[in-house]
Design a protein around this ligand. Structure first.
Ligand SMILES: Cc1cc2nc3c(=O)[nH]c(=O)nc-3n(C[C@H](O)[C@H](O)[C@H](O)COP(=O)(O)OP(=O)(O)OC[C@H]3O[C@@H](n4cnc5c(N)ncnc54)[C@H](O)[C@@H]3O)c2cc1C
Length: 307
């Protein structure tokens, strides 16, 4: 029987910190490497306006993203990696190969696939504690510039980008009124002493258009059931995220994809693994580790074969 022919040995889905680490590791081991990415190389790094906890002298995420893009470009030029643009839809593992179906109908095959698609933004419609007018749209807090915050500003949710945004804009004096459901209390704790933040504990918030004027009316039920009505000039989204899982992956009740529960030819790396490890350095470590596990199992002469 002929050996199966694949488009590539290792197919990496997603070029955030986890996917790039996987690709760099695979290329350095002389494995044929392909990276599929739907957007710019760097993933969520593009949102980190102030970066402190990553090895190296990076002070912002975009600086590191640029370095990762240069790394992939260098590998492409050396013929050790191919970067393909596209949106992955579904992955599947088979006895002799792993497959990835793209939303445009293309299908890529590999001996082994690393899925590192991270997480995607939650919208107000995803949050049980919010009801909103159909025309309501909340721009993301992480993208807001201080100049845009004119008038009373409300923030939906106390997710971690709040702390990042405040650190990135130390001179801003605007008060952010942060609607904080019980599940976000522990995340908002890091900013509770910042006098530019007013945490508003909520059990429910309704957002409607005011009868007169611009902005939004925000009706808040606090955690004791007391109702208060606020007038907001702007409302920003800081609700957090949900796993960007592909079709065909095994996921838990929370939507994350436990690495050990997938087909033996499919590994999960980075933020998609669990809400617990969402940091650049752990994402990079897991990307490299996924490829090393494959290498020692299979590609290395004498390896035990993909288990
Ligand atoms: C505002 C903010 C601030 C943060 N601050 C810090 C910090 O200070 N320190 C820190 O350590 N961490 C921080 N983080 C977390 C850090 O950014 C993540 O842990 C890290 O980026 C995860 O890397 P990843 O590769 O798993 O996922 P991502 O960075 O999310 O990359 C996933 C990639 O997959 C691509 N993708 C997704 N779906 C598909 C698909 N279907 N097909 C093709 N491509 C797809 C995306 O376009 C993206 O490029 C912050 C995150 C945010 C949002």
């Amino acid at each position: 029987m002929n050996a199966p022919s694949y488009d590539t040995d290792v197919l990496v889905v997603g070029a955030g910190p986890a996917g790039v680490a996987a690709a760099v590791m695979a290329a350095s081991l002389n494995l044929r490497t392909m990276v599929l990415e739907a957007g710019p190389v760097g993933g969520k790094l593009h949102r980190i306006s102030s970066l402190e906890n990553v090895p190296g002298s990076w002070s912002t995420g975009p600086q590191l993203a640029e370095a990762l893009a240069a790394d992939l470009e260098r590998l492409e030029k050396a013929g050790r990696c191919t970067v393909v643009e596209g949106l992955a839809a579904k992955t599947s593992g088979h006895d002799d190969r792993a497959e990835l179906a793209l939303d445009d109908g293309r299908v890529l095959t590999a001996e082994f696939i690393v899925v590192a698609t991270g997480v995607t933004d939650l919208a107000p419609a995803d949050a049980e504690w919010i009801t909103a007018s159909p025309d309501f749209f909340a721009p993301p807090l992480w993208r807001a510039t201080p100049q845009e915050l004119t008038g009373r500003t409300y923030v939906l949710g106390g997710d971690r980008p709040l702390g990042t945004w405040l650190r990135a804009h130390p001179k801003v004096t605007t008060t952010l009124h942060v609607l904080c459901p019980p599940a976000d209390t522990y995340k908002a704790a890091e900013v509770e002493d910042d006098n530019r933040v007013r945490l508003v504990p909520v059990s429910h918030a309704a957002i409607t258009k005011p009868t007169y004027g611009g902005g939004w009316t925000v009706t808040v039920n606090d955690q004791d059931g007391t109702k208060t009505i606020y007038a907001a000039m702007s409302v920003l989204n800081n609700l957090g995220n949900k796993p960007a899982a592909l079709g065909g992956l095994v996921s838990g009740e929370d939507g994350y994809c436990p690495p050990r529960q997938q087909h033996r030819r499919i590994r999960i790396a980075g933020d998609l693994r669990s809400a617990r490890y969402q940091r650049v350095a752990t994402a990079q470590g897991s990307g490299a580790e996924a490829v090393l596990a494959y290498y020692y199992d299979t590609a290395l002469p004498g390896g035990g074969g993909i288990r």
